[in-house]
Design a binder for this molecule. Structure first.
Ligand code: ATP
Length: 288
């Protein structure tokens, strides 16, 4: 791993890159995972690399839903396994959710390595090695374990692909996604879309759970009933716009109202006078 000084202004982001690169070297993360990370970083930059208000709203609902679920499952891919292994194991223990390795670019070797990695971080049982083709998707993406994702009622899918997210939702499962892009098909298809970095989202949910556990089931259902995913996604897009405007103002000063050039304004005035004369003349001709 490259040594990154803590004083570096982009320390967190660079450390995350190091983790993903190391994941590729260890055979836990697919090469394509580097590109997914890049897209995630770009959106993280746009939201200001912090948990935005709308993400917090989704994280509360997501944690409540995991606690209410009868058969919750946390799906883990190669990026998630290196970005937040301890957090995902802790989240599974706090919510009684099963962990299942579920890969887009699947190889049995990589599934085995991720299972071992999660066990190293404290997991007792990790599903994924006995997956069968059970989802209505082509080839390996259809693979899921019968007692895991296939029979789950609620699935937490950090960094999911849009197709599979849609397939799971069509199977009447409630899907919680973590995706920094509020416009992705995953975000648009999930029931609860958390627009936050997985590293922050998982830690936030772990922190929220003790308070949620002190609530009654009815109170938790009230949180879910009041939740509106469109509001969360619109909120995320609004926050990106506000953040960009704020950045623009910081860098270039507040935008001034554009003042029309007096010559252009006079020409426009003449043109509209001509246009209205033509309209009147046209109307007269039609009457004739
Ligand atoms: P979709 O099929 O849903 O439209 P996509 O094809 O745009 O997704 P993928 O390449 O399948 O995207 O997956 C990468 C997604 O994961 C991107 O939307 C990216 O923003 C998101 N992402 C990457 N890293 C993180 C992270 N650390 N935390 C949260 N989201 C992330």
């Amino acid at each position: 791993m490259t040594e990154i000084p803590k004083s570096h202004p982009r320390y967190e982001s660079l450390m995350t890159r190091e983790k993903i690169t190391e994941g590729v070297e260890k055979g836990l993360t697919a090469l394509q995972g580097l590109i997914a990370q890049g897209r995630g970083e770009a959106f993280d930059y746009l939201i200001g690399e912090k948990t935005i208000e709308s993400a917090h709203y989704s994280e509360v609902a997501a944690a409540a839903l995991l606690l209410l679920a009868e058969k919750p499952v946390i799906s883990v891919n190669g990026n998630a396994a290196v970005l937040a292994p301890s957090e995902l194991v802790t989240l599974s223990q706090l919510t009684n959710a099963k962990l299942e390795v579920n890969l887009f670019h699947r190889t049995e070797e990589r599934v085995g390595k991720i299972v071992e990695e999660l066990k190293k971080h404290g997991a007792d049982v990790v599903l994924g090695e006995n997956a069968e083709s059970l989802l209505p998707l082509d080839h390996d993406r259809s693979k899921a374990e019968r007692d895991g994702i296939y029979s789950a009622d609620v699935i937490f899918v950090p960094l999911e692909d849009g197709d599979r997210c849609e397939a799971l939702a069509n199977m009447k499962k409630l899907v919680i996604a973590v995706d920094l892009n509020p416009l992705s098909r995953t975000s648009q298809t999930a029931h609860i879309s958390i627009v936050d970095n997985l590293t922050r989202a998982a830690a936030n949910m772990i922190e929220l759970i003790p308070d949620l556990k002190s609530m009654t089931e009815d109170e938790l259902w009230d949180i879910i009933d009041a939740y509106d995913n469109s509001m969360a996604l619109i909120g995320a897009i609004e926050e990106i716009k506000e953040h960009l405007t704020q950045k623009q103002d910081e860098l270039f000063g507040p935008e001034e109202e554009p003042q029309p050039d007096p010559k252009v304004a006079a020409a426009m005035q003449r043109r509209s006078e001509v246009a209205s004369r033509v309209m009147i003349r046209g109307g007269d001709l039609m009457m004739e």
